[in-house]
Each structure stands twice: as C-alpha cells, then as structure tokens.
Design a protein around this ligand. Structure first.
Ligand code: HEM
Length: 444
C-alpha cells in the first residue's frame, strides 16, 4: 500500500479539484489498488480492486455509512431521501418504495417512454429541416425528467420540464461548489450563487407541492411510487418532510443519470460508425419499423451491450464514498474507524487486469458469452450490495427504448469543435453540452 501525505498532495490540488477522475486514475496506475491519503484528521483510502469494493459495498456494508462530504452536501438538496439516508430509516423506506420498481411496472415502461420520445422526435423533425444543431444533452435531460414524472408520479411534467431541469442542475452545481470549497459564504448571505441555489430549491419545493396537490385533488391518479408515498404519509409511516425528500431524490437521481448516460452513448455512437451500423441493423431487423415494445427488449441484445459499454466508459455516478463506522481490515490492510473510503467506477472500469484496451469502445465485450469474463464488482455503474441503485432496471429499460426509438428515425452526428471533456460534477457531465446534428434516417 502507498501512503500519500498531505504535503505530497498539495501540488496536485488544482487537478484534484478540476479533474478528480483523471487524478484518481493516475493514482491507481502509479500506486496500485489500495492508496492511502493521509491528510491530517482525514484518513482516506482509495480502493480500486473488485474484491475490496465488494468487501465495502456488500460483505461488510454494515461497517460503512454514507456520512461523507459527498452525501452530506447532496443532502442539502435531497434531504434524507433513499440516496443519502442510512440505518433503519433507509431500510424502512427502501422496503416501502421497492414495489414501485417491480418487474410489472418496468415492463409497462414502454407505454410511458414512447409518447415522450415521440413528442421529442416530432420537434426534431422541424429542427432537422432547419438544419439546427441540437444540444442533445439538454434534450435527454428533459425527456428523462418527463419519463420520471409519468412513470413514478403519474404526472405530465412536460410543461414544467425546462424549469425543473434548470433547477436541478443549478442545485447540483451548488452541491459541487460546496464539496470543492472548504470555506464558503453562509447560505443566508445574499451572494449570486446562494441566491441561485435558493431559487432552485424553491422551484423544487413548488414542484413537490404541485405533485402532491394534483394527487390529492384527484386530478391525477398518481404513479405507483407517488401512491406509496402518499399512503405512507396517511398511515403515519412517513412525515411530510420525508415524502418531500423521497420525491426530490427520485427527481434528482432518476433523470440526470439516465440522461447523461444516453448523451455519452450518442457521442460514442457518432464516433464509431461501425458500432452504429451494427446497432441500426439490429434495430431494423428486430423492429421492422414498428415502435419497440416490452417483448422486443430481450431481442435487442446489441443495444444492451452498447449501453453497458457507454456506462463502463462514462459511468454517470463516477464516485462512491463511504465512512467506516467501525475498525475493519481487508487483506492485511487496516481501516481505522472514521476512515473515508473512495471508490471510483470510472477508474475501476478501466482496470487493466479486468478490461482489455480499457479506453476503447467495444460493446462486444458485453456479449452474452463474454459478459462474465469480469468479476461482478469490476463493473459497478449502479453500485452494489444493499445500496445498489433502486432504479437500475428502470434505467436500462428506459435507455433501450429511447435508443431504439430515436435510431429508427435519426442518426446523430457530433457537431462540436473538439473532443468533449467529461466534467466530474455530481454526475459525469459533458462539458459545454453535446451539440449534434440530426440526420433523418431515410435521407442517410
Ligand atoms: C444510468 C442511470 C443510473 C445510474 C448510473 C445510477 C447510479 C446509481 C449508483 C451508483 C447508486 C449507488 C450509490 C452508492 O452506493 O453510493 C445509485 C443509487 C440510487 N439510485 Fe440510481 N442510477 C441510475 C438511475 C436511477 C434511476 C432511473 C432512479 C430512479 C428512478 C435512481 C434512483 C436511485 C436511488 C433512489 C438510489 C439510492 C438507493 C439506496 O441507497 O437505497 N437511479 N444509483
């Protein structure tokens, strides 16, 4: 194990702040799978081996909590929702909400996703005629937010989508700013950043109120998740604040992740015409021009591989942290109580021991016969153990439906000046958006 002291990290501070994934990748390449950052009161361990990750996230998960800067700052927005809560409350809420993600609901996702995508495609038809360059990042964010609204809350958020997307991005911007700066002006100081954050939070509160009001007025039936929350509040199992926190958590966790993953997928496809051609051939053969349905999904195997590979190279959740609440050890390495554990799916997904040509985009590596060539915990876009993403299957079904439906009508070509950099915000976002040209399929 290599230990890096605070003074050894000082020269790297600018890079740690602006390019944390790159810095961690370099640490792993130079120092191996277990790196200790000894920074005064903070003892941090960066672990980059599937077995060590499995140990922390699964085998000894009870020793590790989310009491870390990453989740404390995120809680400024989401409160104590599933993503940030720990202990008994987390377990009770997870059990309560799990049924909303059960298979029958996932299989009905096509009824929700297709109308949202078709509305977007109708708009795209006009934009394509005018040869407009479209920010696909933004398009994916709005579409994914509408899907969450319809699928989980039973509500049409299409009117509110632009403001809500903006509010979430502004709020998450502030989260990153707080996480990256040790000293920040108190929130009650009227700095422009504080004011923008408060406006974004107010927008989210308004959205939550509107969602609950519409459900109570009987204007909306409510999606399964919303119904579970409202019933829990009525039964005294949850407070209004807890309902608010879970709703905001689902809005935040449920759309930016999927949207970002899709945006990177479009980018990768635009750069790899041979992959795009194979994918188009599969979609045309399986669907024969029909809209995709739930029955088609298992047949769209190459599309699954493409999305899995995009998640490997650009995992939206690029950082996972935990706090050790008890002394522990792994393979002779001791982990003191209070230690911070740093796991980066971005770095782990590039581990040369488990991935050939780690930087290359090869969807074939996820083909059925090869998929198990890597250990389960070498690939963790959705985390692992009991805190595994509750929306992982939801995300996979949604992405497959959106990819195939869009590709029936359009190919997307990159219209930016140079390679798009990945910006490590709460998720791994494309710096400067994703400018793309829409190429109607029949004209291609
Ligand atoms: C490609 C899309 C997605 C990715 C990459 C992703 C990634 C993750 C990861 C890595 C975690 C675990 C974090 C940790 O252990 O510290 C997580 C948790 C979570 N995700 Fe996702 N997610 C995605 C989509 C979704 C969707 C669609 C929803 C909801 C509809 C969702 C809701 C949640 C929630 C509520 C948690 C906390 C679960 C718990 O701790 O019980 N995610 N996600």
């Amino acid at each position: 194990m290599t230990t890096l002291k605070g003074y050894q990290l000082l020269p790297h501070l600018p890079r740690i702040r602006t390019d944390t994934p790159g810095f961690l990748l370099e640490c792993a390449r130079r120092y191996g799978d277990w790196v200790h950052f000894d920074v005064g009161v903070t003892q941090a361990f960066f672990i980059n081996h599937p077995d060590a990750v499995k140990h922390v996230l699964q085998e000894k998960n009870r020793y590790y909590t989310k009491d870390t800067l990453q989740y404390r700052t995120l809680a400024l927005v989401t409160g104590q929702g599933l993503l940030t809560a720990d202990g008994d409350m987390w377990l009770a809420h997870r059990r309560l909400l799990q049924p909303a993600f059960a298979r029958p609901h996932l299989m009905a996702l096509d009824e929700v996703v297709l109308p949202v995508v078709d509305r977007m495609l109708q708009r795209w038809e006009h934009l394509a005629i005018q040869q407009e360059i479209v920010d696909v990042d933004h398009e994916m964010l709005e579409a994914a937010l509408e899907v969450v609204g319809l699928a989980l809350f039973g509500l049409d958020l299409s009117r509110e989508a632009p403001q809500l997307v903006r509010a979430v991005l502004t709020a998450l911007d502030y989260v990153i700013y707080r996480a990256q700066n040790l000293v920040v002006p108190p929130l009650n100081w009227p700095t422009p950043r504080n004011r923008a954050f408060k406006r974004a939070l107010a927008e989210l509160e308004r959205a939550v109120d509107a969602i609950l009001d519409q459900r109570r007025d009987g204007k909306a039936q409510g999606g399964t998740l919303l119904n579970l929350l409202v019933q829990a509040e009525q039964a005294g199992q949850m407070t209004r604040q807890q309902v608010r926190d879970e709703l905001v958590t689902m809005i935040v966790a449920g759309h930016e992740t999927v949207a970002t993953a899709l945006t990177w997928t479009w980018y990768l496809l635009a750069q790899h015409p041979e992959v795009e051609a194979t994918l188009l051939a599969e979609i045309d053969t399986v669907l024969d021009g029909r809209p995709p349905t739930r029955e088609d999904l298992p047949k769209l195997t190459y599309s699954t591989q493409v999305f899995a590979e995009a998640l490997r190279l650009y995992p939206p959740a690029w950082l996972i942290t935990r706090r050790a609440i008890a002394e522990d050890a792994w393979m002779g390495h001791s982990i003191p109580r209070g230690a911070l554990i740093i796991i980066s799916p971005y770095v782990l997904h590039r581990h040369p021991e488990f991935w050939d040509e780690p930087e290359a985009f090869h969807p074939e590596r996820f083909a059925e016969d090869k998929a198990r060539a890597y250990p389960r915990f070498a690939y963790i876009p959705f985390g692992g153990g009991p805190r595994l993403c509750i929306g992982n299957q939801f995300a996979l079904v949604e992405a497959q439906l959106i990819l195939s439906r869009v590709l029936q009508r359009f190919r997307l070509s990159f219209a930016g000046a140079g390679p798009v950099q990945a910006k490590p915000l709460v998720t791994l976002r494309p710096k400067g958006g994703m400018p793309m040209r829409l190429i109607p399929r029949q004209a291609s």
